[in-house]
Design a protein around this ligand. Sequence first.
Ligand code: PBG
Length: 322
Amino acid sequence: MSMNRPRRLRATPAMRRLVAETRLHPAELILPMFVREGASEPVPISSMPGVVQHSTESLKGAIADAAAAGIGGVMLFGVPGRKDATGSGATDPDGILNVATRIAAAEAGDALVVQTDLCLDEFTDHGHCGVLDANGYVDNDASLERYRDMAVAQAEAGSQLLGLSGMMDGQVAAVREALDGAGFGNTPILGYAAKYASAFYGPFREAVQSSLQGDRRTYQQDPANRREGAREVELDLAEGADVVMVKPAMSYLDVLSDAAATSLVPVWAYQVSGEYAMIEAAAAHGWIDRRRAIEESVIGIRRAGADAVLTYWALELAEWIR
Ligand code: PBG
C-alpha cells in the first residue's frame, strides 16, 4: 500500500538533523544583564537562579565570557542606588547604566553588540516607565522628553543599539529625532513594539529592585489583543525602528508570527524573567528535563519567526550549540 509516511524522515538522528527546519546559532542570542550601583561583588537574584546583578568589576569578566561564547550581543539594565520622580539617574553620564555601558563597550570591542534598555522604570521612585502628571497618570509626551535625553546619554556612553521598552506612543520617532540631532544618526533603535502587560515580568522586578505599585496597563498592551500587536509593530516600523521586538515570547507566539510575516526589518523576541523562572523551578523539582525544555522553548520562539532571541540562557545555549 502506498501512503504518505512522514516518519521516514524521523528514523535516525542523522536524518532528523538533516531535515531540521530551524537551528540555533550563538550569533542570534542576546544576553540581558543587570548592573548594580555600589555592588562590590555579584549579587544573586533569588527568583532567577543562576542570574546575578553584576558589579561594574564583575561586568568586565561577564562581557569577556559573552564574547568568547560568540553570542550576538548583550542588553544592559541598570540598578541605581537612588531613584527620584523623573528618573534623573537615567540621563546622568555618571548614572549606573551609562557607566556600565562605557565599561561594556570598551570590553566588548567589535566582538558583540552592546545594547541598553531605554526606559525610566529602573530609575523612578514610583517605578513607572515614564514621568507622572498631577493625577499620577503616566504622561506620554513628558516621558518622551526624558527618553530623548536618555537616548543621547546612552549613545554618548557608547551604546550600539537602544532598546526602547517604555511603550510610550511615538517613542521611536522622538528618540530617532533626538539621536539624529545630536550627531548619532548611525545609532540604531530596537523598538519593543508589541510589549504586553505581563505577569511573566515578575522576577525581573526583583532583579531591578523595582519600586512599582500597581501595574503598567495604561501603557503596556492587554494580553487579549493580537491585532493591536500588529498595529504597534506597524507604528514602530513607520517611525523608523531598525529592529522590532515582541515581548514576552512564549505566550505571544501568534503576535511574533504576525510581525515576522510583515516586517522588513529584523524581528526579535524577549524570553522574559518569568519564562526563565518557570523552567528553572520545574527543573529544580525534577519535573522536566532542564536542557530539553530550554532548547525547546527557544527553538519554538525561533520557529515562530524571531530572528534573534533575548534569553537569560544565552551563554549556556551557546555552549551547548558548540
Ligand atoms: C522595562 C522592562 C521590563 C522588562 C524589560 N524591560 C519590565 C517591565 O516592563 O515591567 C522585563 C524583562 C523580564 O521580565 O525579563 N524597563
